[in-house]
Design a protein around this ligand. Structure first.
Ligand code: SF4
Ligand code: SF4
Length: 373
């Protein structure tokens, strides 16, 4: 299989304030480009793109291509079932929404210390094997956001799982929080192929500080900044596919340009990437990936990842010199439609679901102090 997958989670929009307003015609063009070049792996989930992703998969892919010409992955999330019967209800809805008939890859979604007990309590691993035995799922796995120790425990208990989906990128590779390298090595130890998520860290590695970009451009002026991030993940031997949440036709074309005939990073290039990661890590204020898991349940309707993104942008600017940036206007525009950072009531819902384990409440205080003065 070619090592690039199309993550249907940050698709282009016709209304920038509505994640579900997907620009289906553009997505169709992206799917066509992807398939033309021989790529076949598509990844969706219940809540991606404001809960529209699975329906878009049907309209842009399933209804337009023979079923055996592509592979489709989707997931059961612990937040969406509340009884044993509910698991089937969710699954049947997914079959109906995608029209796929079966799923090539099916994952228990976002396992971490908080959600893992629920997947066990509701016997989801055996439930998934039953789906596989019935031919409704071809390959069973799970996505994971926690420590290497917990991954080791789960894979030891559930050797029947065929693959794992992990957050791997060159910034998190040695990170104490995400521990990409250590988690990857556990998957290798258990002989499980890895699907990579967040290779560009929610766009963070598409736009890097100037000093980091200068290193990348010096190494190869023709390669885009995000290409290095995708190639870093794809260069790992045990990686089966790298998911990229491509947001427009240009990003798709760029990814295809180097992944169609993929060449792993050389040893020199890997050493250079370590330096680049060091430069970025010094400058990143809030390592949010923009996954939006936190926003659905926020009682104050605070667009948390959008605020973190604006804050990160501003922290990268030379504010003393500029005095003001356009991010301030973006922030105020969002305030008109959603809650402000200072509206946070500290309920903690968001922190409980954040796969990056970010101290969201405290960081929102920083955002408020910065933009609301
Ligand atoms: S802690 Fe604040 S930001 Fe998080 S869900 Fe509650 S109100 Fe929203
Ligand atoms: S704060 Fe956490 S849950 Fe919310 S978008 Fe960022 S990474 Fe995702």
């Amino acid at each position: 299989m070619k090592k690039l997958g199309f993550g249907l989670m940050r698709m282009p929009l016709t209304d920038p304030n509505n994640d579900a307003a997907v620009d289906i015609e553009q997505v169709k063009r992206m799917v066509d480009l992807f398939m033309e070049k021989g790529f076949t792996y598509f990844d969706t989930a219940i809540m991606y793109n404001g809960f529209a992703s699975q329906r878009v998969a049907k309209a842009a892919l399933v209804d337009r291509y023979p079923r055996d010409s592509f592979t489709l992955a989707t997931k059961l999330h612990s937040g969406f079932f509340h009884s044993l019967e509910d698991r089937d209800r969710v699954f049947n809805e997914q079959l109906a929404q995608t029209g796929a008939g079966y799923f090539d890859y099916y994952l228990l979604h976002g396992i971490e210390a908080g959600s893992y007990p629920k997947y066990e309590q509701y016997d989801c691993f055996n439930w998934l094997l039953d789906k596989r035995a019935k031919g409704l799922v071809k390959h069973a796995g799970f996505s994971f956001h926690d420590t290497p120790e917990l991954l080791d425990e789960i894979l030891t208990k559930h050797p029947e799982m065929e693959f794992v989906q992990l957050q791997i990128n060159y910034l998190d590779w040695e990170s104490e929080w995400i521990q990409s390298r250590a988690v990857y090595e556990v998957a290798v130890k258990h002989g499980k192929p890895v699907v990579v998520m967040e290779p560009v860290k929610g766009g963070t590695l598409a736009k890097v500080p100037q000093a980091a970009e200068a290193l990348l451009k010096a190494a190869n002026p023709d390669m885009s900044v995000p290409s290095w991030a995708i190639r870093f993940a794809a260069s790992l031997e045990n990686v089966m596919v790298v998911l990229s949440g491509m947001s427009n036709v240009d990003q798709m074309a760029d990814n295809l340009s180097y992944m169609a005939d993929f060449k792993p990073l050389t040893a020199d290039e890997k050493a250079m990437m370590e330096k680049v990661a060091g430069i970025i890590n010094e400058q990143i204020a809030v390592p949010c990936t923009g996954c939006s898991y936190c926003t659905e349940g926020c009682p104050m309707q605070i667009p948390i990842p959008k605020y973190f993104s604006l804050y990160n942008e501003d922290m990268r600017e030379n504010l003393e010199e500029k005095g003001w940036t356009i991010n301030q206007s973006y922030y105020e525009n969002l305030n008109g439609k959603f809650g402000k950072a200072s509206d946070c009531v500290g309920c903690g819902q968001c922190e409980g679901v954040c796969p990056q384990h970010l101290p969201i409440i405290d960081r929102l205080k920083d955002v408020a102090a910065h933009f609301e003065h």
